[in-house]
Design a protein. Structure first.
Lengths: 354, 78
């Protein structure tokens, strides 16, 4: 089991940005009004934010990171690590993190690279950034995580279109040298389930051809191309029920702790019925499991920080709290981390309107 | 747990099932509108209520309530 204990590093700030354009699922005319009601009730997703065409995840990321850096009064020369977690990169190559380093005006003495994970990406990203910082050579780091999912969605696929929203998050981390600052991770993978969430064409396995752009009807209400995202709802559900609570229980057992030792459990925002099942499996009370999916949908690797920013930012700013963060999905990849956040800087959500 | 408790719990969860309609030999897909959402709700209920997980394939292969019950109870005794 990939348990990882990392000391001497802490989260200094968490910020998130969303586009100003709101799309309400009650206006999703591809399906009947009754279907829309059932959809909103079971998934819990009422509205999402979409960027304007042409806006990349990196545009929102640079906007949010610039704002956070200046609010923290960080010296840009001291940021020597930048990791960009995203499945919606600017170019096939180079890595988007390189472009962001330049656009933010960070020093050339800055490590910068992408990690193209989705739902589990925030927790995986924290494990990589915290690990690199823990050596003590690099003092300050930025983790930018999020996606513009709207590019990959087919309006005429009712099984995917109403679920996703665009968002990005920025997390600032610091080397503290304090042994009591501890992250403990449980990181897992099962690539045998890679087909459960997939965009089949556009990589080297299936290059883009004319076929890739053909609209294909798979089921009633499900029409998409092979460049759109495909979800096997049943397989994802089965995986989530089988693995997610177990991953958290293993982490708690490793730490010799119980759920009572934690103030909040921040789950990746997949959909309400799935997340509520995990909450009930762990016998957690509702007040310990906040949601942002009602207003923002499934926001991929931004979902955990976005939930903190939109649901807990007053508390995060003023209180010392213990959290479990858990991401799960595409890969299949899933991970949890036990982390203490002591009065971090957590500003109100930033709205990106370019 | 016995099959009557199991049937009762399902009837509570799915309001559209008429009370007392679920019996061991009843094909549960026949007595209320069966769709993928109900399949997910059923998997969720079994997971949270009985602490066992049934797979999508196992559910797909079940026709009657009795078959479903025997999968759940065999997993319970594992």
């Amino acid at each position: 089991m990939a348990f990882l204990q990392i000391k001497n590093v802490k989260i200094k700030a968490i910020a998130a940005a969303v586009p100003d354009q709101i799309f309400h699922n009650k206006d999703y005319e591809w399906i009947s009004e009754k279907e829309r009601e059932i959809l909103m009730e079971t998934t819990g997703i009422r509205e999402r934010r979409f960027t304007k065409p042409g806006t990349c995840t990196s545009d929102m990321g640079v906007f949010a990171a610039d704002k956070l850096i200046s609010e923290l009064e960080w010296n840009k020369n001291e940021i020597e690590l930048l990791v960009f977690i995203s499945q919606s990169r600017d170019y096939v190559l180079p890595n988007t993190a390189c472009l962001i380093q330049s656009r933010l005006g960070l020093s050339k003495n800055c490590m910068a690279f992408d990690i193209p994970l989705g739902c589990s990406g925030y927790v995986y990203g924290l494990s990589v950034v915290a690990s690199l910082l823990s050596h003590g050579n690099i003092k300050k780091a930025l983790l930018i995580a999020g996606d513009v999912a709207s590019y990959d969605l087919s309006y005429t696929d009712k099984s995917a279109y109403p679920l996703f929203g665009d968002a990005v998050s920025v997390t600032a981390l610091e080397y503290t040298g304090n042994n009591e600052d501890v992250f403990v991770f449980n990181l897992q993978t099962d690539g045998s389930g890679y087909e459960a969430i997939i965009i089949p064409d556009g990589g080297n396995r299936n290059n883009i051809t004319e076929e890739s752009l053909k609209q294909i009807q798979y089921e009633e209400g499900i029409i998409r191309t092979r460049r759109n995202i495909f979800l096997d709802g049943m397989k994802i559900f089965e995986f989530t029920l089988r693995e997610v609570a177990k991953n958290i229980k293993q982490l708690l057992a490793f730490l010799n702790k119980t759920t009572n030792d934690y103030d909040y459990f921040i789950f990746h925002q997949a959909n309400l019925i799935m997340n509520e099942t995990v909450r009930k499996q762990l016998k957690l009370t509702e007040d310990k499991v906040p949601y942002s999916l009602g207003n923002f949908g499934n926001t991929s690797s931004a979902s955990i920080p976005l939930t903190i920013v939109t649901q807990l930012n007053q508390k995060a700013n003023t209180e010392n709290l213990n959290y479990i963060f858990t991401g799960f999905g595409v890969g299949l990849s899933w991970a949890s981390v036990s982390v203490n956040l002591d009065k971090i800087y957590c500003p109100e959500i930033y709205i990106h309107n370019k | 747990m016995n099959i009557d408790d199991f049937a009762k719990r399902l009837e509570e969860e799915f309001e559209e099932i008429p009370s007392g309609a679920l019996k061991a030999d009843v094909k549960f897909r026949d007595i209320f509108e069966w769709n993928s959402m109900n399949a997910l709700l059923l998997m969720a209920l079994i997971s949270t209520e009985y602490d066992v997980n049934i797979s999508a394939d196992e559910l797909r292969n079940c026709n009657t309530l009795g078959e479903l019950y025997s999968i759940v109870s065999s997993k319970l005794s594992e």
